[in-house]
Design a protein around this ligand. Structure first.
Ligand SMILES: [Zn+2]
Length: 208
């Protein structure tokens, strides 16, 4: 691959990450310096947001390259600790091209309101945005993993569910992870999941 194509690929991935950050910020899903966003290029390189910094106002410098081990390729770059969760998804499925992580109010509150290992979403039309869901007439199980600052350990807890999470997963009191073959697909799934979580939160308020 010539140098020009390599550079173009990188720029395209960075633009995808920057645009996704703006879109997630518009919905309030990346408060303060929360969240991280990544894109795997067709040549296997991974572009991911740098540790810290607001995801709603990313610049090219806010996106760095990491290897599949979650470590920065260029000396001096500092990836977020959660980079390993992105790499775990990329390693699991070669078709995954984008991973999104946000800290929404709904995912945080709903996952703290239960001690269960999953949230079940049922009867919503929007469920059809998820892989394998052709009708609203079914339920979607979204695993909830206990929060852990030791990300390598958290990866071992997530691992058994890989391949069985059509809507992504939630880390308790923390936020969601959603992915897709392209950034557009990942964003559509994130919007779908967050819409369902917001509905679920409103439903529970009405029940009081
Ligand atoms: Zn986080």
């Amino acid at each position: 691959m010539d140098q020009m194509t390599t550079t173009d690929l990188w720029s395209g991935a960075v633009q995808d990450v920057i645009a996704a950050g703006r879109r997630m910020d518009r919905f309030g899903w990346v408060p303060a310096t929360a969240g991280n966003i990544s894109r795997r290029l067709p040549d296997g390189r991974i572009a991911i947001t740098r540790s810290g910094g607001h995801k709603g106002c990313l610049t090219q410098e806010g996106v760095i390259e990491v290897g599949m081990d979650g470590k920065a390729v260029h000396p001096g770059d500092r990836p977020s600790a959660e980079t390993l969760l992105h790499c775990q998804l990329y390693a699991h499925d070669p078709a995954i091209g984008a991973v999104l992580h946000g800290h929404s109010v709904a995912s945080t509150v709903l996952s703290m309101a239960t001690t269960d290992g999953a949230l079940t979403l049922a009867d919503y039309e929007v469920q059809k945005v998820f892989e394998g869901q052709t009708t609203h007439d079914a339920s979607v199980r979204v695993p909830v993993f206990d929060n852990d600052q030791d990300i390598a350990r958290l990866c071992t807890v997530v691992a058994p569910e890989l391949g069985r999470m059509p809507a992504g997963y939630i880390i308790r009191g923390h936020g969601v992870y959603v992915w897709g073959a392209t950034m557009d697909v990942a964003l559509a799934r994130l919007e779908g999941l967050e819409f369902l979580l917001a509905c679920e939160l409103e439903k529970r308020k009405l029940r009081r």
